[in-house]
Write a protein that binds this ligand. Structure first.
Ligand code: ZN
Length: 313
């Protein structure tokens, strides 16, 4: 493996309906969350993804979009997906319906959620889909097996970040105490302090799957993802920058909702529980431009698929 400083920027395209599931606003799966289902899917694409495309073009980088395959039923989604492909970005698999308990499902259900989604994404893009990101970043041996078996080369779901994982477990516990069970499930504490650089993971049957962990700051293991960039703002960015500048692996993971504007994009008020919704786009946009431009100066920025291809050689 080379000594270059490596970075990747990627976006989980989670429809707004998924945030309702996290916050316990709706119990079921699918889009039945009280606001127009088509809008619930398309806003993340027509507002969030479109702005990430602008960001990537402006900063001269190629990124990866992790896509929930059921969203392709919406023609507005397909139009933006085609723009992503035309611009040379990678499309990764973020499952068929984004079940937060995917890691706990049976092998048959996993094969359908992971394998069928990969096929649908390949059909839609005409390209090989080689990467997977688990809903809620939660893996299990059975899920890793399913990801490898479906033909993926890499997974990018491990998030070895004690502050994030601890906060997530606390929020899930709080919602449970309030009688509003969250769709999310906590990750095992063993993962919290896991490897933070790329490594080869072995599935139960012995298959090799490259793991490209999500970004944490070296040493302190604070998160470096879109949500934390927004929450910590300019001061957080200034403190993070020197640590990032010498980090050999930076996997900057964002969500499409990061570049939405709560007011201008008419996002339902109840989603203001999301920290990214309390900051207007006019404040978020310059932060993201600075972060990605800065990464592109200090690191070689490639898609996760390109990094995986090089490591496989
Ligand atoms: Zn997601």
């Amino acid at each position: 493996m080379s000594e270059r400083l490596r970075a990747a920027v990627n976006v989980d395209v989670d429809g707004l309906y998924l945030y309702d599931r996290i916050h316990g606003h709706a119990g079921g799966s699918g889009n039945s969350t009280g606001f127009d289902p088509a809008t619930a899917v398309a806003t993340a694409w027509t507002r969030g993804v479109v702005r990430f495309l602008d960001l990537f073009e402006r900063c001269g980088v190629k990124g990866t979009f992790f896509v929930v395959a059921q969203d392709l039923a919406n023609p507005d989604v397909v139009a933006v997906l085609n723009e992503c492909v035309r611009a040379g970005h990678e499309i990764g698999n973020h499952s068929m319906t984004h079940p937060y308990d995917l890691s706990r499902l049976s092998a048959v259900e996993i094969a359908s959620e992971v394998g069928d989604a990969r096929k649908a994404l390949q059909d839609a893009t005409g390209q090989a889909v080689v990467g997977f990101r688990a809903p809620g970043y939660v893996l299990s041996p059975a899920l890793l097996e399913g990801v490898a078996e479906a033909g993926h080369v890499y997974d990018s779901s491990r998030f070895p970040c004690p502050p994030y994982q601890g906060a997530k477990a606390a929020v899930i516990g709080l919602y449970r105490a309030l009688g509003r069970p969250s769709g999310s499930i906590p990750e095992s504490p063993a993962v919290w302090l896991g490897e933070r650089r790329p490594y080869v993971e072995r599935t139960p049957s012995g298959r090799a799957l490259l793991e490209l962990p999500i970004g944490v700051l070296p040493g302190v293991r604070m998160p470096f993802i879109g949500t934390s960039l927004i929450a910590l703002g300019e001061i957080g960015w200034q403190l993070s920058r020197p640590l990032l500048a010498r980090s050999r692996w930076v996997n900057f993971e964002c969500h499409a909702i990061d570049l939405t504007d709560h007011e201008a994009d008419q996002i339902p008020t109840r989603l203001r529980t999301q920290p990214d919704q309390r900051v207007p786009l006019s404040q978020k946009w310059p932060l993201f431009v600075r972060a990605v431009e800065s990464l592109a100066r200090t690191h070689e920025v490639q898609t996760l698929g390109q990094w995986a291809e090089q490591d496989a050689q």
